[in-house]
Design a protein around this ligand. Sequence first.
Ligand code: MN
Length: 208
Amino acid sequence: MAFELPKLPYTYDALEPVIDAQTMELHHSKHHQTYVDKLNLALEKNPGYQDKTVEQLLVQLETLPDELKVPVRQHGGGHANHSLFWQIMGPPPAGGRQVSNEPTGPLSDAINAAFGSFIAFKEQFTNVAMNQFGSGWAWLVKDKQGELKVYSLLNQLSPLTDCHTPILGLDVWEHAYYLKYQSRRKEYVDAWWQLVNWNKVSELFVLN
Ligand code: MN
C-alpha cells in the first residue's frame, strides 16, 4: 500500500490569524505531498518494505538497505513529522482574547515534574526552537524510560529513530512561517502556542 497525504482535521484557514491559509495550503498540499510522493517512489524500488508503517521504517532506519536510508530519513521523516504536526494543532481560542492554553491531568503533572512548571517548559521549548540553526523541528518526546525531554533535530530527522515517542513538535523550517512572519521566527513561535491542541498531546502521552 502506498502512503497517502492525510486529510487535515480542519480547513486551511482554521488556524488564522496565527498561521495564514496560504501557508497552510502550500505546506500541506505541496511540501507534505512531496514527502509522501518521494517516500513512495523509494519504496517502489524496494517493495519488501511496503507493508511497514512510516513509524516502523523510522524506528528501523539503521537496519534498512543503504539505498532506503536517505529517502526514509528525509521523506519518511517529513511524512511522519507533518502528520503529527497537523494533529497537535487546532483553531486558536475565539474572540482574540489571550486565553491560557495549557495541558491538564497526567500530562500537566509530568511536565511539572520534568521541567518544574508549564512556564519553564514553554521557555525551554521556545529556546530550543529559536536555537535550531537552519531547518528543523523542536520536539517534546517521551524517552525509553517514559521521561519527557525537549530537544531539536535537524531537517526531517525523527525522534522515533532514537526510539523516542514524539508527542509535540514545532516545524521551524522557513516554509512553515516565512510568508507571514518573514525572518521573525520568534513571533511565529510565540503565537503558535495558542494553536496547541493539548487534548491530542495528552492522548499521545497517555497512549504511548
Ligand atoms: Mn514543514
